[in-house]
Design a protein around this ligand. Structure first.
Ligand code: SF4
Length: 327
């Protein structure tokens, strides 16, 4: 690991100033992601600013919005009674993430900012357009079992690993930030970028801009929501595919629905066409199959991940049947 400077502050504006002033500066909270990447030689910040003293660990429901601070720990959010009752998809996504030890340490902000698990990205000896622009993407013709079937490009087909981000995308959450230009909010679905020709630009945040929290609107949809994660083993594993679904029914007719998917795209993947296939229609095997087909219509499977096209449709059918009361 390369030597780096360390700073700690209890003022958010000072944390932003410190990181913004150094091109190689980075924020750190739980440290479960950044320190691993530093030890492996994937990232080498020359300044690490510790934000654990900032007053950003709240979890509060007020005026119809759940507000979660960026340094709230994954475990505390997952186990919070309000989250479990009113936003079950968030709790389930967090409980399906990492290990109990990591959940007790990792922060919400850090979870949203975690990097892809693409093994070429995590191996400094491999070329990788995301880590080193212009060096190439060995995953395109290499081991791409875990890679994207939607939203990738000829420059990168990595998937985003955060379960929480998928749940938040389904609930139309908003990300709050503080940067050198002040505060702003942006939809969670706009936080992560598709790779296009610039896969090294992973988020819409500017250098020195820090996530301070997320807000989720309370609604009947959010209360009737679930998360399903398909993975290679039952513990501490990233999603092969995952689905966050929120659904309201009038009788058997879908009055409203939100769907987001993980493990299939470089960002949490919303599918308006799949939602459209369900909205104002009876929740039946036929409409569920229509939604699945709409989801994967533009999929571009690779040599080792074509199975995801079928798997994600099965996962969607499973979670919709659960929410519809058939399971
Ligand atoms: Fe790098 Fe993306 Fe290719 Fe993986 S898929 S090697 S992260 S460019």
């Amino acid at each position: 690991m390369k030597l780096f400077d360390y700073a700690r502050t209890a003022r958010a504006s000072e944390a932003v100033e410190l990181v913004a002033a150094r091109p190689g500066g980075a924020f750190i909270a739980g440290g479960t992601e950044l320190t691993n990447l530093m030890k492996d030689g994937v990232l080498a910040p020359d300044l690490v600013v510790d934000v654990n003293s900032l007053p950003l660990d709240h979890i509060t429901l007020r005026n119809g919005r759940l507000s979660i601070g960026a340094t709230a720990r994954m475990r505390d959010v997952a186990e919070h009674p309000v989250v479990r009752e009113h936003f079950p998809v968030v709790s389930e996504a967090l409980l399906a993430s990492a290990s109990p030890q990591v959940r007790g340490r990792a922060s919400v902000g850090g979870n949203l900012m975690q990097r892809t698990r693409c093994w070429y990205y995590r191996d400094p000896g491999s070329p990788c357009n995301r880590r080193e622009p212009g060096s190439g993407c060995p995953a395109l013709k290499g081991q791409n079992r875990w890679h994207a079937i939607l939203g990738g490009s000829d420059h990168c087909i990595a998937v985003h690993p955060s379960d929480l981000a998928v749940a938040l995308a389904a609930l139309d959450a908003v990300v709050l930030t503080l940067g050198p230009d002040g505060r702003r909010s942006l939809p969670l679905r706009d936080l992560h970028l598709l790779p296009g020709g610039t896969p090294h630009r992973e988020t819409g945040l500017r250098h020195g801009e820090m996530i301070t929290g997320v807000e989720i609107p309370q609604s009947p949809l959010a209360r009737h929501s679930r998360y399903l994660k398909v993975r290679d083993r039952a513990s501490f594993e990233f999603a092969v595919v995952s689905v966050a679904a929120a659904l309201t029914l009038k009788g058997r007719v879908v009055s409203d629905v939100r769907l987001a998917f993980g493990g299939i795209a470089p960002k949490p993947w919303r599918s308006p066409k799949a939602e459209q296939a369900l909205r104002n229609r009876p929740l039946t095997e036929v409409t569920i199959a229509m939604a699945g087909r709409a989801l994967v219509k533009d999929a571009t499977p690779r040599e080792h991940n074509a199975f995801k096209v079928d798997l994600v449709q099965r996962a969607l059918a499973d979670i919709l049947e659960t929410l519809g009361g058939k399971r």
